[in-house]
Design a protein around this ligand. Structure first.
Ligand SMILES: Cc1ncc(COP(=O)(O)O)c(C=O)c1O
Length: 388
């Protein structure tokens, strides 16, 4: 049976709550969305949560309400999902791509410091793969240089720096509830705020320049960035079991790590120690992630490479982005990282099977490298004998 890279967990509760919403005959944004926003604000420990259609639009809205646009520079780590940077480019501002820490893939504050200019208005720390950035250092840099902080916490549900949830340190935090996130609404996103005035600006922005619907008087300029109560219904159901989901993610990673410990040339990324970690996927570092991915694909095991460095993206050019120092760690992470199947319904025997295949490839690869072109007899290798 094929093994997926990831699949969302949709249960009875989601179906019941969607049915209730349909029966209530209120399918646009309404009471269910308000309920979800209140639940999330309490969970994150911030004053306000404002739901928006997805994480990319959350970042875009955050930058817009902070007044960031043409002529401004925003520091963005080179190793992140494309949505982090497209949100900046589409405001008319210029992203400045900086390197990341080799250990956790999070923004290097030293690299950020070295890339500041007179035009730098904001920094976007991205909490990558379920671990917090060094928010103490980020906030210090922002204070010293009078920068806005827009946290990309798209992958950060349940992740903390110390005892505070990511997304609540900066001016605005942004979450994604896309289908592969720890909690999903199908597509979805949220703005996390502690400043009531800024929160109100976000509401104007997402609701055609009004605080409430039903009026045709628009005092501000705004888009329609509302969601539907059908999405919120899924979100409430997902939120009610988020702690279980988080625990399951940790158990899964532990199982993989135990099984892969000692596997030839497989490095298991360590936690950075800043706070609670919620593994986004189970990640490994190997010499040849592409070869391993192809090998696993032939066995119907779906995996994903790490993010492609932003400074190499064909759509990011000298016209719309800046690179002041080559982001070498970002390239190194891309060159070595692989995400193993991390679906929460994976069985122990499926995990063992994936690990046995990884081991088989790594053993073959290792033998080829150490014994020259004709050496080794990898095809006869039985994974169960490899650990001895
Ligand atoms: C780090 C990061 N930033 C931003 C986004 C964008 O979120 P969305 O897909 O909801 O637009 C994602 C989504 O995967 C992400 O992983």
């Amino acid at each position: 049976m094929p093994i997926n890279e990831f699949s969302p967990q949709i249960g009875k509760s989601e179906i019941v709550k969607i049915l209730q919403t349909l029966q209530d005959n209120w399918i646009t944004e309404g009471k269910k969305t308000q309920q979800l926003e209140a639940m999330l604000a309490e969970y994150f420990g911030c004053r306000r949560v404002v739901m928006v259609p997805n994480g990319t639009l959350a970042l875009f809205a955050a930058l817009k309400v902070l007044g960031i646009g043409p002529g401004d520079e925003v520091i963005v780590p080179d190793f992140t999902f494309f949505g982090s940077v497209s949100a900046v480019v589409l405001t008319g501002a210029t992203p400045v791509l900086v390197d990341v820490d080799e250990l956790d893939g999070n923004v290097s504050v030293d690299a950020a410091k070295a890339s500041l200019s007179e035009r730098t208005r904001a920094i976007m720390p991205v909490h990558i793969y379920g671990q917090s950035c060094d928010m103490r250092a980020v906030m210090e840099l922002a204070r010293e240089h009078d920068l806005y902080v827009v946290e990309d916490a798209a992958q950060g549900m349940g992740v903390t720096f110390g005892d505070k949830h990511v997304g609540t340190f900066g001016d605005i935090g942004c979450m994604s509830f896309f289908a592969d996130k720890t909690m999903t609404t199908g597509e979805g996103g949220a703005l996390l705020l502690n400043d009531e005035q800024l929160a109100q600006k976000c509401v104007y922005f997402k609701n055609q320049g009004r605080l409430r619907r039903g009026s045709f008087v628009h005092t501000h300029m705004g888009y329609n960035f509302r969601i539907t109560d059908l999405q919120a219904a899924i979100g409430v159901a997902q939120f009610e079991r988020v702690e279980r989901t988080i625990q399951r993610k940790r158990v899964l990673r532990d199982a993989y790590y135990r099984r892969l410990d000692g596997c030839p040339r497989v490095r298991l990324p360590a936690d950075n120690g800043f706070g609670e970690v919620v593994p986004f996927r189970v990640n490994i570092l190997v010499d040849d992630p592409e070869g391993l991915a192809e090998f696993l694909a032939k066995r119907e095991i779906a995996v994903r490479r790490y993010f492609y460095p932003l400074h190499r993206q064909p759509s990011l050019t000298a016209e719309n982005s800046i690179v002041r120092q080559t982001p070498v760690n970002s390239v190194r992470l891309f060159d070595t990282g692989l995400m193993l199947p991390s679906g929460l319904d994976l069985t122990e025997s499926q995990v063992n099977h994936v690990c046995a295949c990884v081991e088989e490839y790594q053993y073959m690869h290792h033998t080829e490298r150490t014994s020259g072109a004709n050496g080794g007899s990898p095809t006869n290798a039985s994974p169960s004998t490899l650990r001895a």
